[in-house]
Design a binder for this molecule. Structure first.
Ligand code: WQD
Length: 338
């Protein structure tokens, strides 16, 4: 029995495609909207191979208000998960306007679209980067957001603010902000994973590409930070665990369980790993050493961030199943297959 029809923007992207699979496995009907700016249509084959369902994707630019309005005129949705966005911290430092234009306009258009059909229930992809260089670790949902360290992070802060203001004005519109820590790994089936058309810049795909010989070596961006080995600390969360949190979040919204609007959740595993420790995990799992060099800091990086995830576990019933070795194992299997 269908739980409802859900619009997944960025449904062929990395987190989007894993979430589409999880939603289908939990009885939702999914419609995707993705212009393939940083994904490939072949992802739909992978989703079909896992679920047996051929998902319809609307190839539209969600920053285009006319095209987005048309999508909402044609189909009634019970909710939307808005993934579609530019997501590279380094690129955002070089091209800030592209990030503001794309990430903010697409969110505005999706809110407008839901409102135009009297629908509610929006799950927004936010980011741990909204915490900036937090004063306390792990960060809880109460930890104050600090100055954004990159235009990417600022678009996520502004997206959150937009939803706070919108929900205050429209209390019947229910939203959830999910602050992702560092999503990594691939679907355990090996049929979907990160398949971006843009060059990989996130740590785990860079590591597996070096491991597979697609890149000669990688650089550890900064080894003079005030951390246990000098490299940055992050909270790597398996993408399948992250995907399932979206299904739980939607159910929570649809069942009206949220006691705040928007509701806010950290989605991380709750442990910090340094860049050098992540490389060691790969070396252990893959049984090979990685060619890397120690280099300068990357502009826009925060020193350390990891989550207190107790709120998501308590209120959504979310329990991550995978650890860092599973992340590396599935990412490595996917890289070798690609
Ligand atoms: C992780 C660590 C790098 C590449 C951002 C967003 C987050 C999420 C992921 C959306 C950092 C280091 C990386 C390399 C390196 N957003 N690194 N060499 O910047 O923490 O997080 O992207 O998808 O919300 O904030 O992720 O994977 O780029 O970097 O040393 O070649 O790995 O400096 O310390 P980041 P990342």
């Amino acid at each position: 029995m269908a739980n409802g029809k859900i619009l997944v923007t960025g449904g062929t992207g990395y987190i989007g495609s894993h979430t589409v699979v999880d939603l289908i496995e939990n009885g939702f009907e999914v419609v995707s909207a993705d212009n393939y700016q940083n994904s490939k249509a072949s992802v739909l084959d992978g989703i079909e191979a896992i679920t047996g369902v051929r998902v319809v994707n609307h190839t539209i630019d969600l920053a285009d208000p006319v095209a987005t309005a048309r999508l909402f005129e044609d189909t009634a949705f019970d909710g939307a998960i808005h993934f579609a966005a530019h997501k590279s911290v380094g690129e955002s430092v070089k091209q800030p306007l592209a990030y503001f234009r794309n990430n903010l306009n697409s969110l505005l258009n999706v809110i407008d679209g839901l409102q135009s059909q009297g629908s509610s229930n929006l799950v927004f992809s936010s980011s741990c980067s909204v915490y900036g260089n937090a004063d306390e670790l792990p960060v809880t949902e109460q930890t104050p957001r600090k100055e954004a360290e990159s235009p990417y992070a600022r678009t996520k802060q502004m997206g959150e603010d937009m939803l706070y203001d919108y929900c205050a004005a429209h209390p019947d519109f229910a939203a959830i902000l999910l602050r992702y820590f560092n999503p990594a790994g691939a679907h355990p089936s090996g049929k979907i994973g990160e398949d971006a058309s843009n060059a990989a810049s996130n740590l785990v795909p860079v590591i597996t590409e070096v491991g597979a010989g697609k890149r000669e070596r990688m650089t550890v961006f900064g080894t003079d930070y005030p951390t246990r080995d000098g490299s940055c600390v992050r909270d790597y969360i398996h993408v399948a665990d992250l995907a399932h949190a979206h299904t739980l979040a939607l159910q929570y919204l649809i069942e009206g369980k949220a006691s705040e609007n928007p509701a806010l959740f950290n989605l991380g595993i709750g442990e910090g790993l340094t860049v050098l420790e992540a490389i060691e995990a790969f070396e252990r799992v893959a049984g090979q050493s990685l060619n890397y060099e120690r280099g300068p800091r990357r502009p826009g990086d925060v020193v350390a961030v990891y989550a207190d995830r107790s709120k998501a576990s308590r209120e959504l019933g979310w329990q991550p199943q995978y650890g860092v070795d599973d992340i590396m194992r599935t990412a490595w299997a996917w890289e070798q297959k690609r």
